[in-house]
Design a protein around this ligand. Structure first.
Ligand code: IMP
Ligand code: MG
Length: 233
C-alpha cells in the first residue's frame, strides 16, 4: 500500500524510477526524457528529477524527520552551498522547533572530480548534547560527509545523523551511509536545485544532467556568462 502511494506521489518520474534499498527512489537514465527548457538545452542534456518530484520527495523526507525528532533538541547543520535550495524547502515543512547552522567545506572548485577538502566555515552554535542532523546536497565518494561527521562527532552531540538529497553509489570510497536519502541517482554529473558546476546552475528548479561535452571542455567553468540561447527554434 505504502509502495503504491509512493509510486503515485512520484508519478511524473515513475518511468525512470524504481525503489532501491530502504525504499529510496532510484532514478535511472533514459535515452530521452522530459523537455529541458530551451534556455538550458545547450548545457543540460536531460532533466533527471523534475521540480514536482523534488517537491514531493522533500516533503516526504520532512515528514520522516518530523516523526523521528519529536521531543528532541534538533540542530540542522547544512553543508554550504549546495544545500541552499533543498534546505530552504525541507525546513519549511518541519514544524518542530529547530536550530540551524552551516558548515563550509570545499573540494570541487571548477572540477567534477574531488580535490583536497578544506573547511571554509566552522559552526557557530554549540551542539554539545544536542541532536544534530547534517544536511548535504549529494553523497558521492563519501569523503565530504565522512570528514564532516568526524568533525562534528568531536563536538559531543547527543546524536548525529545525516540527510542528503541525492546519492550516487558508484564512486563511494568511504563506508559512510546517509540516514535520510532523497533519491539514488546514476553516476552522472548533475546540476540544479542547489547543485553547481563551477558555481553555476544552482538556481535551476530541477536536477538535470550536465552535457558531457561541457564537462570535457570545461566551457562552463571558463565562461563567466551563461551560453546564450538561440533566438529561434
Ligand atoms: P563527496 O565528498 O565525493 O561525497 O562529494 C560531495 C560533494 O561533491 C557534494 O557536496 C557536491 O558539492 C559535490 N558533487 C558530487 N557529485 C556532484 C554532482 O553530480 N554535481 C554537483 N556536485 C557534485
Ligand atoms: Mg556540496
Amino acid at each position: 500500500m505504502r509502495r503504491l502511494e509512493r509510486t503515485f506521489e512520484l508519478w511524473p518520474t515513475c518511468l525512470r524510477l524504481s525503489f532501491g534499498m530502504n525504499n529510496v527512489p532510484a532514478i535511472k537514465l533514459l535515452p530521452r526524457s522530459g523537455s529541458v527548457p530551451r534556455i538550458w538545452r545547450r548545457e543540460v542534456a536531460q532533466i533527471l528529477i523534475p521540480k514536482d518530484a523534488l517537491a514531493r520527495r522533500v516533503r516526504a523526507l520532512a515528514r520522516q524527520i518530523q516523526r523521528d525528532y519529536q521531543d528532541r533538541d534538533l540542530v540542522m547543520v547544512a553543508v554550504m552551498s549546495g544545500t541552499l535550495v533543498f534546505l530552504a524547502d525541507l525546513i519549511r515543512h518541519v514544524t518542530l522547533p529547530l536550530r540551524l547552522d552551516f558548515i563550509g567545506v570545499s573540494s570541487y572548485k571548477t572540477r567534477t572530480r574531488p580535490g583536497p577538502l578544506v573547511f571554509t566555515k566552522e559552526l557557530g552554535l554549540d551542539v554539545r548534547g544536542r541532536d544534530v542532523l547534517i544536511v548535504d546536497d549529494i553523497l558521492d565518494t563519501g569523503q565530504t560527509l565522512a570528514r564532516v561527521l568526524q568533525r562534528l562527532q568531536r563536538l559531543g552531540p547527543r546524536s548525529l545523523r545525516t540527510c542528503v538529497l541525492l546519492e550516487k553509489k558508484a564512486r563511494r570510497v568511504e563506508s559512510v551511509q546517509a540516514d535520510y536519502v532523497g533519491f539514488e541517482i546514476p553516476d552522472v554529473f548533475v546540476v540544479g536545485y542547489g547543485l553547481d558546476y563551477a558555481e553555476r546552475y544552482r538556481h535551476l528548479p530541477f536536477v538535470g544532467v550536465l552535457r558531457e561535452a561541457l564537462l570535457r571542455s570545461g566551457a562552463a567553468a571558463a565562461s563567466p556568462r551563461p551560453v546564450q540561447p538561440r533566438k529561434t527554434g
